[in-house]
Design a protein around this ligand. Structure first.
Ligand code: NDP
Length: 293
């Protein structure tokens, strides 16, 4: 079994981006600039946005964090998006999800200018992904394809089971794995809560990508010998022995499954660090106008 070290690969990607930024700027290009909108004070969202901003600094980007109270109205938030859409110095921006219940997330996602939608959530960018047109691939699926590529994991003709069909992870992941690309070309089965006999699907899988949000859901009896497992899940489980009172675990029972795998991602340190590195990569693509001229 080989552990897929997402922390190491994310660092490699960041180093490459930092070098590319230096070269771009010294050649007269503008310093890439990512903005993030944070609504409310959810601790997990604050931590995610904080890491994104910190990573921007590390790779030589400019970053702007715009914080708003949870009481901001939908109209006010739409106005803030409009400001970012029209600010020529901002190359890309994200709106940290989830948003408070009184704000329609779809409306917000659709209000982001597609050329600045470095999260890749806008319907136009999702459509471009489906049609093989240049686009911002949403960060988590993009990060996973990078892990497969950099570990040179054979995917062509393999059976890939994606568990979870969310718009930000499972669904785009299934589309990417089915593409006619070097680190794709899988036969993909997209599973969800209504899937019958999930275990049988998983036992037939050469690659399992778990994005469910349920701690230790995928167990060893569901895994074929030699399978590749990508664990997207980030779940807090109580652990009184730790100072924080909890630990992070994935959607996969790592201890049980790892001995059967050829490759497996840990949690933490697997997919998570790649998500931020991929967002930064999308921002560089935006600054270099490589997706939208
Ligand atoms: P969602 O809650 O949006 O989606 C969960 C999916 O899992 C749904 O499609 C749901 O099916 C499916 N599901 C739930 N229960 C079962 C079941 N018993 N059997 C089969 N499928 C089931 O989650 P996200 O995609 O947003 O996130 C998934 C996990 O990944 C979370 O732990 C999240 O924290 C983590 N995550 C990690 C990231 C990272 O950077 N590493 C980034 C984003 C998310 P149905 O559609 O039928 O309800």
């Amino acid at each position: 079994m080989e552990l897929i070290d997402g922390k190491k690969i994310a660092q490699q990607l960041q180093d490459e981006i930092a070098a590319e930024v230096k070269q771009f700027v010294s050649g007269g290009g503008k310093v890439p600039h990512l903005a993030a909108i944070l609504v409310g004070d959810d601790p997990a969202s604050m931590a995610y946005v904080g890491s994104k901003v910190k990573t921007c600094e590390k790779v030589g980007f400019k970053s702007t964090l715009k914080k708003f109270p949870a009481t901001i109205s939908e109209a006010e938030l739409l106005h803030e998006l409009d400001v970012l859409n029209n600010d020529n110095d901002i190359d890309g921006y994200i709106v940290q999800l989830p948003l408070p219940k009184h704000i329609n997330e779809h409306k917000i996602i659709e209000a982001v200018k597609p050329s600045k939608d470095v999260d890749g959530f806008h319907p136009i960018n999702v459509g471009r992904l489906v049609l093989d047109l240049p686009t911002y691939i949403s960060a988590t699926p993009f990060g996973i394809t990078q892990l497969l590529e950099r570990y040179n994991i054979e995917t062509s003709g393999k059976n890939c089971v994606v568990i979870g069909r969310s718009h930000i992870v499972g669904s785009p992941m299934s589309i990417l794995m089915a593409k006619n690309d070097k680190f794709a070309n899988c036969t993909v089965t997209l599973c969800h809560s209504r899937t019958k006999d999930l275990k049988a699907h998983c036992l037939n899988a050469d690659i399992i990508i778990a994005a469910i949000g349920k701690p230790n859901f995928v167990t060893a009896d569901m895994v074929k010998q030699g399978a590749v497992i990508i664990d997207v899940g980030i779940n807090r489980v109580d652990d009184a022995s730790l100072p924080k009172g909890y630990k992070l675990v994935g959607d996969v029972d790592f201890e049980g499954c790892a001995p059967k795998c050829s490759y497996i991602t840990p949690v933490p340190g697997g997919v998570g660090p790649m998500t931020i590195a991929s967002l930064i990569k999308n921002t560089l693509l935006a600054a270099k106008k490589e997706i939208y001229a």
